[in-house]
Design a protein around this ligand. Structure first.
Ligand code: ADP
Ligand code: MG
Length: 647
């Protein structure tokens, strides 16, 4: 076939294809136009998933009647004029393509009354054919109605999903814009029913409630300068410091998470963008706080000098390039990490949890917890009559009274030394580091950002062989011994692994590992990585393998089948499965820590309890275990006072 110029109509449809992929793309372009026009209220109506009708009504500055026709011409725009402007885009639109594209594949009616004008005007463009501009009674602002989208393009229609799915796409998109512009009131109707609205209060938190619901929103904490009036329209930029991107928004606490990455939203200068690198920065900020397969919820607003951005990479403008990608990445990572560590502070126990009969008044039936006293050297009996371990008195300097100090002294003679808890430490293979507790200041799991320090606690005793009760600033604290130990071991092992000081412990008897062929392949692939974290494994005959050494932390804790299962699980976790910036090793060490940590049901001597708390104080992410569960909770003095009707 000879080369020929395509008719204008076909060329327009081809070009439109880049911008308008589905109804949601139209919604996006129209909403962006409304926001660029300074709207404070945006109303979106959908019918038939947007294929029958999309109408976007705004109260922005409007379009002059004599410019209506121009608005539909490709590459006609009021937003940039020079090449220089293209270098510093401050609006969502700038390509002048949207109205031209949409009207090439649908019937579009635009009615507008410019701010200050007495009367409005209206124009209809159908499949590229421009009708006359006629005067129209219209409120201030602009209303664009799109009917019969793709009705002349069966090829495109064929690729669309059900109408409900298409409606869903549009709504997800509106939610994103609502989060980027908390100061704008959004309302959306589908098939005549209201499906979404925000108040336009200017508070991002209010939008989070509208989008994710109150219970999720309450689990989110502000990041960066969101507390500042950055809750203002994200698109407005108060001359940002060119070297420091401003970061604001909200992120979920480590205790709340989603199973997919779909809950990460990024806005750069008010533009919703998809960015793998920003997603990665956020996930990495949860390093060692969220388990693999769990993902945070985040709304991140970035404000930076438009000069540092290229937004002109994609016709739909959903991808951007950062001039200084590393810097932006670091700023996001740091801001999110700081917020997560800082505000993942000790969860307060609400008094209702503590209301009777959990804490019996003195003289009543014996609860599982007995306050520290000489009498407590008798084995107390738990409420259900079971014998529970004695909370042996703590030593002199910690005991509340002199008498008890004497008892404590006498008792502590036979008490196991603090190190017995950290069993693997005592029997480390020759030449390896002994007693490798994390020294204060040693590189810890999050050397990226220093978190807050854990409050100093004074140990009071152990309850139910599971919790260590302590006195601390402003209240009573309870530490979950398993969660705390897990966190301590993880940070210690990660520090050792990073400094290559990890200790392996030779097994007295090497353990034969019966492996299925696929499992054996995995283990063989990971032999070197396993060795780096302390597992010495070698082939043993045709089928089996032999474990000769395990990480010292794990020594004596797992054997036989459970050791085999752990190794198989570690080797089977592929690098992709690890998230939050975890390496394979870190992910593996978290699993080892979980297996090695003491469980509930083990009684701890006073020395062991104190050692546990001391080491937890040294952990940089002391608030939660590797799975994101809290390590400690607090009952504040004021809550206690309320409970006792002291105020
Ligand atoms: P772009 O947004 O890239 O400039 P569009 O095709 O989306 O291109 O719009 C063309 C022009 O029409 C815009 O530059 C703007 O001047 C005007 N316009 C479109 N929609 C609106 C609106 N809702 N309110 C005011 N002006 C609008
Ligand atoms: Mg536009």
């Amino acid at each position: 076939m000879a080369i020929q110029r395509l008719p204008q109509e076909i060329a327009a449809k081809i070009a439109a294809g880049e911008v308008v992929e589905r109804p949601a793309s139209v919604v996006k372009e129209l909403v962006e136009n409304a926001l660029d026009a300074g709207a404070t209220s945006v109303r979106v109506e959908l019918e038939g998933g947007g294929l029958d009708l999309i109408r976007v009504v705004d109260d922005g500055q409007g379009i002059a009647a004599d410019e209506l026709e121009l608005a539909f011409i490709r590459h006609a725009t009021s937003k940039i004029a020079t090449l220089d402007d293209l270098e510093r885009i401050r609006t969502l639109g700038f390509r002048g393509e949207a109205l031209a594209s949409v009207s090439a594949v649908a019937r579009v009616t635009l009615a507008s009354r410019e701010r200050g004008a007495g009367v409005g005007a209206q124009l209809t463009v159908e499949e590229g054919r421009v009708g006359p501009v006629v005067p129209a009674g219209a409120p201030q602002g602009t209303s664009v109605t799109v009917r019969g989208l793709f009705s002349s393009m069966p090829a495109r229609l064929k690729f669309l999903k059900t109408r409900a799915t298409e409606t869903g796409h549009s709504l997800r998109l509106l939610e994103q814009y609502a989060m980027a512009y908390p100061g704008v009131r959004f309302i959306s109707l589908s098939e005549g029913r209201e499906v979404f609205h925000t108040s336009g209060s200017g508070k991002l938190f209010d939008v989070l409630v509208a989008v994710y619901g109150l219970s999720v929103a309450e689990q989110m904490v502000p990041i960066g300068e969101t507390a500042l009036p950055a809750d203002e329209r994200a698109g407005e930029m108060a001359s940002p410091d060119p070297d420091h991107p401003r970061v604001g928004g909200y992120v979920s606490k480590p205790t709340s998470f989603k199973a997919t990455r779909h809950y990460l939203s990024f806005f750069v200068n008010g533009r919703w963008v998809q960015s793998r690198s920003l997603s990665y920065a956020v996930e990495e900020a949860y390093h060692s706080l969220l388990l693999t397969g769990r993902h945070p919820i985040a709304v991140v607003n970035l404000t930076l000098d438009p000069w540092l951005l290229d937004v002109n990479v994609h016709p739909a403008k959903t991808e951007i390039k950062f001039l200084r990608e590393r810097q932006v990445y670091a700023a996001v990572q740091r801001a999110v990490r700081a917020a997560v560590i800082e505000t993942a502070s000790t969860p307060e126990v609400s008094p209702r949890v503590f209301s009777a009969p959990v804490w019996e008044p003195v003289g009543g039936p014996l609860g599982a917890f007995r306050p520290f006293s000489a009498a407590s050297t008798d084995a107390p009996v738990s409420a259900d009559g079971e014998q529970i371990a004695t909370a042996a008195p703590i030593s002199e300097e910690q005991a509340p009274g002199g008498d008890q100090g004497v008892v404590a002294d006498a008792m502590s003679d036979g008490a196991p030394s603090a190190t017995s808890l950290w069993a693997g430490q005592g029997r480390i293979a020759a030449g390896e580091r002994v007693n490798g507790f994390i020294a204060p200041g040693a590189p810890a799991a999050d050397e990226l950002v220093g978190g807050t320090r854990m409050p100093a606690l004074r140990v009071l005793g152990q309850v139910s062989q599971a919790y260590i009760i302590d006195e601390g600033p402003d209240g009573v604290y309870m530490v979950d011994q398993h969660a705390a130990h897990e966190r301590i071991l993880l940070e210690k092992m990660i520090a050792e692994w990073r400094s290559q000081a990890g200790a392996a412990q030779l097994l007295l008897e090497p353990t034969a590992l019966e492996l299925a062929p696929a499992e054996r392949d995995h283990v063989e692939e990971h032999l070197e990585a396993l060795r780096r974290i302390g597992f010495e494994i070698e082939p043993f005959g045709e089928e089996a393998m032999l474990a000769r050494a395990v990480p010292a932390t794990l020594a004596g804790k797992l054997r036989g089948q459970s050791l085999r299962d752990l190794i198989v699980a570690l080797a089977g976790a592929d690098a992709d499965a690890a998230s939050h910036g975890e390496t394979w090793e870190e992910h593996a060490l978290a699993n080892v820590a979980c297996k090695a940590a003491i469980k509930a049901g083990q009684s701890l001597s006073p020395d062991e309890q104190r050692e546990m708390i001391r080491q937890l104080e040294g952990a940089s992410a002391y608030q939660s275990c590797c799975h994101g569960r809290p390590t400690l909770v607090k009952l504040s003095l004021s809550a206690l006072e309320r409970e006792f009707d002291r105020r």
